[in-house]
Design a protein around this ligand. Structure first.
Ligand SMILES: [Zn+2]
Ligand SMILES: [Zn+2]
Length: 244
């Protein structure tokens, strides 16, 4: 008897109905691949291998921190790749503004590949790690239909078996989209934007938190979120983004 692979047939079916083309070179990609970049273009994406100072973006390490260390609520910034890279910029744009949710798999892979490169230098007990995504205002959530940071955080946390906390850090006001504001307005916009859910405070105490967002621009969002986490006794905060 011929054994029929159901998933394979389903993929052929989806390939005909909803063909996927590489966002960079236009080449056809099978649904089986689950990526929005073909293998050749994926290989060209530069993945960083260092941690960065959240203030001046200098490459830093656990032993060699920057003098901005006491000016930042984030202890480190982890960043997978470069926003100036054209395919990266296009992927993020399609994900955030054209709502192509499945791009999360490609962007999530950037985060995973980056973490595999840097995590051995971090010297953190993986049992102390929690992953928290930047929450979205309800207005933005309704507009996009998903929280892009949460989708990425989930892929990342699943891969490394880190617990994902989605209901601990919450937005307490509907802020304006940061992208529309100047640097000064961005900070003001976010003051008191976040809080920790009352019954979750003990959960984050003395923990290392990986705070996930899609991109790092002024850093105001991650810094304000890190601030409330630190005020509630989180030990160490690592911001983790796809690109800056
Ligand atoms: Zn391609
Ligand atoms: Zn610095």
């Amino acid at each position: 008897m011929i054994k029929i692979n159901k998933t394979k047939i389903e993929n052929i079916f989806y390939d005909c109905l909803y063909p996927i083309f590489c966002l960079n070179c236009g080449k056809f990609i099978s649904n089986e691949n689950k990526h929005y970049l073909c293998a050749d273009c994926f290989k060209t994406i530069p993945i960083y291998s260092a941690l960065f100072c959240p203030v001046c973006f200098k490459r830093i390490s656990i032993i060699k921190k920057c003098h901005h260390n006491n000016k930042s609520y984030l202890d480190f910034l982890g960043c997978a790749t470069d926003y100036e890279n054209e395919p990266v910029k296009n992927l993020i744009h399609e994900f955030k503004y054209n709502f192509v949710k499945e791009i999360k798999i490609t962007l999530g892979d950037f985060l995973i590949n980056y973490w595999l490169k840097i995590s051995s230098d971090l010297e953190i007990n993986s049992k102390e790690i929690y992953v928290i995504p930047i929450p979205l205002s309800s207005k933005r959530y309704n507009w996009r239909g998903f929280n892009q940071s949460e989708e990425l955080a989930k892929i990342f946390a699943d891969y490394f078996n880190f617990p994902l906390l989605t209901n601990v850090l919450i937005r307490q006001k509907n802020t304006l989209p940061q992208a529309q504001l100047t640097k000064k307005e961005r900070l003001f916009n976010l003051i008191d934007a976040f809080k920790i859910k009352n019954d979750s405070k003990s959960l984050i105490k003395n923990k290392t938190i990986i705070l996930v967002d899609d991109v790092y621009t002024s850093g105001a969002t991650l810094q304000q979120a890190a601030k409330v986490l630190k005020q509630n006794d989180a030990k160490k905060i690592i911001g983790l983004v796809v690109a800056k």
